[in-house]
Design a binder for this molecule. Structure first.
Ligand SMILES: [Zn+2]
Ligand SMILES: [Zn+2]
Length: 188
């Protein structure tokens, strides 16, 4: 069965060199639907607690929220950084508290201190799904991601064969030592 969780982000981007309006800097509300598949954990009668899926996903995607997402070769990037530098917010600001751990994958690098994500490819809805799946595939049994932004939506299905060992008391993934990291349940 599947547990399905929804999350939103607010972001700005542009399609560098795209022959259309999207080459101008603009913003969106981006809506994720994350589908996780596994057996039903009989102890709690759920696949995975939605608040735990949300926590795991948000930990990484909060770096895209109120962020500027630009392709690595976009000339607007150094210009923006120069302004942030002059303003003294390039390396952080006291009000910039919603920061996830910085990450660097083949597809994207997050700079949470200045709310910037630099991508290898243009940040389309398809591109977002590729990046997010890559960040989360080891942490959750994701079988489908849908991402909507303005009039655009993309979705992709993924295969998973593994089943995660989950706590029968609170539903989260068991630690490698056989102890639940949340409620302390120990396997008999
Ligand atoms: Zn757009
Ligand atoms: Zn537990």
């Amino acid at each position: 069965m599947r547990s399905i969780t929804k999350l939103n982000i607010q972001y700005a981007h542009r399609f560098y060199n795209f022959k259309g309006e999207a080459q101008y800097l603009h913003g969106h509300t981006g809506k994720f639907i994350i589908e996780v598949e596994d057996t039903v954990n009989m102890g709690v009668n759920m696949v995975f607690p939605c608040n735990e899926i949300k926590k795991t996903v948000w930990n990484l995607i909060q770096n895209f929220d109120h962020a500027l997402i630009l392709r690595h070769d976009d000339p607007i990037l150094p210009a923006i950084l120069e302004v942030y530098e002059k303003q003294g917010i390039r390396n952080g600001a006291p009000t910039n508290t919603m920061k996830g751990p910085a990450f660097k994958t083949e597809l994207a690098t997050a700079y949470p201190e200045c709310r910037l994500v630099v991508t290898k490819e243009t940040m389309t809805v398809e591109g977002m799904i590729k990046i997010v799946y890559d960040l989360l595939k080891e942490k959750l049994n994701i079988v489908k991601i849908t991402f909507n932004s303005g009039d655009n939506t993309a979705s992709q299905e993924f295969k998973t064969e593994r089943s995660m060992d989950r706590c029968p008391m609170c539903g989260i993934a068991m630690g490698k030592d056989g102890v639940c990291p949340k409620c302390g349940y120990r396997k008999p």
